[in-house]
Design a protein. Structure first.
Length: 220
């Protein structure tokens, strides 16, 4: 699953009813994330914290869609556990979980090994997280081992960065960037165009090499 790949349209059964992915997405961004199995401790914390932060995803025009190869009834029972464990989830559980018992969707989305898809004892979805743009293209992918829980703040930070660069393709976000910090100006922007693109100013950093490639701005 390479960056820039178009996520194919698919139909799925979820805890909130059947969906057609493109209809579900509409003109929104989507975070599609898988977990190996229901009733697992690390994933319980993840789905819970993502549910707690649901309003933050809504602010970013981003929908959430979880996935695993367990049955829908298992998902429903697990959701009750998640809500019991994460007491600060407001109201009903806010996003659907796909039931993919045949593992066909997991294979289609490159979340499982092809030669394991029919073996319930060994076939586990990798803990993949895909951020998908409104054009249905994969913008960012994260893969986690079962031992390491995902960081919701980092997911939101990545969405902020992706949406900023989609709006302003001539900037990029540096390491540890959060909204409001300086952004980097991409090397393809010529110095003579800086005043037009960034009327509030640009900072240039002198480097020992003499190369003028570190240019930053807060004008975005």
């Amino acid at each position: 699953m390479r960056l820039g790949k178009v996520i194919p349209d698919f139909q799925a059964q979820t805890t909130q009813g059947p969906i057609n992915f493109y209809d579900f997405q509409g003109d929104s961004w989507v975070v599609l994330f898988s977990h190996p199995a229901d009733f697992t401790p690390v994933c319980t914390t993840e789905l819970g914290r993502i549910a707690v932060h649901f309003p933050e995803f809504q602010k970013r025009n981003t929908k959430l869609l979880a996935h695993s190869c367990d049955k829908l009834q298992s998902h429903t029972d697990w959701v009750n556990d998640i809500k019991s464990y994460c007491l600060d989830i407001p109201g009903d559980f806010p996003y659907p979980i796909i039931g993919d018992e045949t593992r066909e969707l997991a294979v289609l989305l490159d979340m499982i090994d092809e030669d394991q898809k029919d073996d319930p004892d060994t076939a586990k979805t990798v803990r993949a997280l895909y951020i998908i743009g409104p054009d249905h293209k994969l913008k960012l992918a994260m893969l986690y081992p079962m031992s390491t829980g995902r960081n919701v703040d980092e997911i939101l930070r990545c969405i902020d960065s992706l949406q900023l660069s989609a709006r302003l393709p001539y900037v990029a976000t540096p390491a540890n960037w959060t909204p409001g910090d300086k952004v980097m100006i991409v090397p393809s922007v010529k110095d003579e165009d800086l005043a037009k693109l960034f009327p509030k100013g640009v900072d240039k950093v002198a480097m020992p090499s003499g190369e003028n490639y570190v240019r930053t701005t807060t004008d975005y």
